[in-house]
Write a protein of this length. Structure first.
Length: 132
C-alpha cells in the first residue's frame, strides 16, 4: 500500500498468497493420487484379463499381461513422484514469500507429513505390484 506522506510503499500482509499456494499443492496432490489410483487399476486389469482367459470366456484375452502390470507400476511411481515434486515446489515457493505473508500455522509439519506419507504409500504400492 502506498503511503503518500512518506512516499513509500508499505508491506501489507496478504494471507491469500499463502493459501493460494496451499490450494495449488492440494490440487497437485489430488492429481498425484488420481494417477496412483489409475496405475493400480491398470496393473490389476492384467490380472482381470488373466482370470477371463483362464475361464475360457474369451479367446482374445490369452497371452501374457505383463505390459499392463508394467504400465500400472510406472503410473503409480509417477503419481508418487508428482506428490513429492509438488511438495518440493510448494516449500520452495513458501520460502520465497515475505515473512508477513506466511501465517503462523498451529501444525506446520502436517502438510509435509501428509505429502510424504502419500508418496511413501505410493512407492510401497508400486513395490507390491512389482512382486505380486
Amino acid at each position: 500500500m502506498f503511503d503518500p506522506a512518506q512516499g513509500t510503499i508499505g508491506l501489507v500482509s496478504d494471507p491469500r498468497i499463502f493459501f493460494a499456494a496451499e490450494r495449488t499443492l492440494l490440487a497437485w496432490m489430488r492429481s498425484g493420487l488420481t494417477v496412483i489410483a489409475l496405475g493400480f487399476v491398470v496393473a490389476r486389469f492384467g490380472l482381470f484379463l488373466s482370470l477371463i482367459a483362464a475361464s475360457g470366456a474369451a479367446s482374445a484375452a490369452r497371452g501374457p499381461h505383463w505390459a499392463s502390470t508394467l504400465l500400472g507400476i510406472a503410473l503409480v511411481a509417477l503419481g508418487s513422484a508428482t506428490v513429492l515434486a509438488a511438495l518440493a515446489n510448494h516449500r520452495s515457493y513458501v520460502r520465497s514469500l515475505p515473512p508477513q505473508d506466511v501465517p503462523q500455522l498451529p501444525m506446520p509439519w502436517l502438510t509435509p507429513l501428509v505429502c510424504l506419507c502419500v508418496a511413501m504409500l505410493g512407492f510401497l504400492l508400486a513395490g507390491y505390484l512389482a512382486v505380486a
